[in-house]
Design a protein around this ligand. Structure first.
Ligand SMILES: Nc1nc(=O)c2c([nH]1)NC[C@@H]1CN(c3ccc(C(=O)N[C@@H](CCC(=O)O)C(=O)O)cc3)CN21
Ligand SMILES: CC(C)C(=O)C(=O)O
Ligand SMILES: [Mg+2]
Length: 257
């Protein structure tokens, strides 16, 4: 079972980190049995599972409910849980209380917080100090959708420099890894080279130290997905076909359901 410490050995050993999101027992069990290194209970579940327009409405209670189910399905992978919008931004004390609830109530080993500005870096430093492993997340931070939209970040020179500064500050604060979302591949490569902790990319090119994807996108369950998300199977079509086959049998009076 990769602990946070073991995961840190991947980069020096030239090993890529395989990460995916999960939101319930069955999905978590399948990913874990397939050998995924890191399972993220991402707040994207607000959109792909709960049908919200963006990730903002998700509550701490809701993500804890899902993270507990995920934990029951996992034997080996490291479990990281997203802190939902406004469960950590208002003060370090609020962040400690929220992250503490996640570790205590779900059994997950780490939390992820969006942003790399000085106040967030200070909060992360305090969380790490009290024993809570933290994953950073910079570039496109979906909890700031009303300011950023879902456009690629890190395009201007100022923005590139700010991203690099944030990444270095997060590493110095003790983050064990950083998600780089929707930034140019050359910027992600340069950040990855500057850091000793592993970067996990999503829409950030191949030159990161690992990759993460929203599992609903990988499975072809989502109707609207980001341009960088690759579906490896079309489960929407597979499920629709199975439901049609079942319906046809029931209507003929030959179904068992
Ligand atoms: N299913 C799913 N997959 C994800 O990867 C994901 C979520 N949901 N929800 C939370 C965020 C939102 N993400 C997104 C969503 C859309 C784009 C997208 O369509 N970007 C376009 C145009 C954006 C615009 O201009 O508004 C692009 O070309 O960058 C990117 C990332 C990534 N995250
Ligand atoms: C896309 C990943 C990094 C995420 O934060 C999520 O799924 O919520
Ligand atoms: Mg998230």
């Amino acid at each position: 079972m990769p602990t946070v410490r073991q995961l840190l050995q991947y980069k020096p050993n030239g090993k890529q980190i395989v990460a995916l999101t999960a939101w319930d027992f069955a999905i978590a069990q399948i990913l874990d049995e397939a050998g995924v290194d890191l399972i993220l209970v991402g707040d994207s579940l607000a959109m792909v599972v709960l049908g919200y327009e963006n990730t903002l409405p998700l509550t701490l209670d809701e993500i804890i409910h899902h993270a507990k189910a995920v934990k029951r399905g996992v034997k080996n992978a490291l479990i990281v849980v997203d802190l939902p919008f406004l469960s950590y931004q208002t003060s370090t004390e609020v962040a400690i209380a929220s992250a503490g609830r996640i570790l205590k109530e779900t059994g997950a080993q780490a939390v992820k917080l969006e942003g790399g500005h000085p106040a967030m870096v200070a909060t992360i430093s305090r969380l790490v100090e009290i024993g809570i492993p933290v994953m950073g997340h910079i570039g496109l931070t979906p909890q700031s959708v009303h300011q950023l939209g879902y456009r690629q970040q890190g395009q201007t020179e100022t923005d590139r420099e700010r991203s690099i500064e944030s990444a270095l500050a997060l590493e110095a604060a003790g983050a064990f890894s950083i998600v780089l979302e929707h930034i140019p591949a050359d910027l992600a490569k340069s950040i990855s080279q500057k850091l000793s902790i592993p970067t996990i990319g999503i829409g950030a090119g191949a030159d990161c130290d690992g990759q993460v994807l929203v599992t609903a996108d990988l499975l072809g369950l989502t109707q609207r997905q980001p341009p960088f998300a690759k579906a490896y199977v079309n489960l929407r079509a597979t499920i629709a076909q199975a439901v049609q086959d079942y319906s046809a049998e029931v209507k003929k009076g030959r179904g068992e359901g």
